[in-house]
Design a protein around this ligand. Structure first.
Ligand code: BV8
Length: 230
């Protein structure tokens, strides 16, 4: 069975990573949409760097939870027939053991050079405007997809959705596109769709089945069903 899983901030909530809806989507009084944009970066790079440096530093204080680990177990069983497409920029899927993970909105632990377009694994701050290790120019930005920018690997995602037997959405509010449109794209290609979320999302009605609850409880149960041939 070919499965595509989409995850959002809700799968990392039980690990202590704040969701976008938490704190009413505000960061230091900024609407997230106001700091996660190329315009904000052009106008106030130091403010935007502080936003991402704080989230990068916070990664050291969180651990994967049973939902992340259950997906890693499912990968052991399905191998290349499983693709986890995440909107999250944390590294909890990988730390749980998942390897077939596609970060459509980028990663905190990667920096992108605006001068040479090179990428480099980055665990420290960017707020002190370090030089790019490959071209030497001080032009490193967070390797994340901001509002108004094109998500990564959209063609690979669309191909996987077209070829899937099952599309499962976990811990996402369905408020941000194009991710929120995947359920319609998948079911339009005859794919069965399932939502696992704490509350109904903005697109719950578009799923064949929707279950409410904590990801840390719902995902292990669903994975056992799949492993039992369900
Ligand atoms: C683009 C990285 C063109 C940075 C992020 C169509 C209609 C309207 C608007 C648009 C549209 N198309 C494009 C737009 C504009 C915009 C958009 O969608 N705006 C919204 C606000 C209306 N989209 C874009 O700009 C995108 N780019 O469209 O380019 C294009 C398109 C297609 C092909 C080619 C070109 C780029 C968007 C990416 C922006 N970057 N993140 C960073 O992280 O700082 S988005 C960011 O916000 C996240 O990555 C995520 O995508 C989104 C937050 O959503 P969630 O992850 O779902 O989190 P949220 O807090 O909202 O919800 C949590 C859910 O979990 C809740 O439902 C809750 O109930 C549940 N939950 C909580 N706890 C638990 C739980 N569930 C289970 N267990 C729990 N314990």
């Amino acid at each position: 069975m070919r499965v595509v899983v989409l995850t959002g901030a809700g799968i990392s909530a039980e690990s202590g990573v704040p969701t976008f809806r938490d704190a009413d989507g505000l960061w230091e009084g900024h609407r997230v949409e106001d700091v996660a944009t190329p315009e904000a970066y052009a106008a106030q790079p130091a403010v935007v760097h502080r936003f991402y440096d704080a989230r990068r530093a916070a990664l050291a204080g969180v651990e994967p939870n049973p939902a992340h680990r259950a997906l890693a177990r499912l990968e052991e069983h399905l191998g290349d027939d499983l693709l986890v497409v995440t909107q999250n920029i944390d590294d909890l899927h990988e730390r749980a053991g998942s390897t077939r993970v596609l970060h459509m909105h980028g990663e905190l632990l990667s920096a992108l050079c605006r001068a040479c377009e090179g990428r480099v694994r980055w665990a420290g701050d960017l707020g002190d405007f370090p030089d790019c290790p490959s071209c030497g120019v001080s032009a490193l930005r967070p390797d994340v997809v901001w509002f108004g920018e094109i998500p990564y690997q959209m063609d690979r995602i669309q191909e996987a959705l077209e070829r899937a037997d099952l599309f499962v959405s976990i811990g996402t509010s369905g408020a941000v596109y194009p991710a929120a449109g995947f359920v319609q794209y998948a079911s339009g290609h005859g794919v069965r769709t399932l939502e696992l979320n704490l509350q109904p999302s903005e697109v719950s009605r578009l799923f064949h089945e929707a279950r409410q609850g904590l990801a840390g409880e719902l995902v292990p149960v669903w994975v056992e069903e799949v492993l039992a041939g369900g």
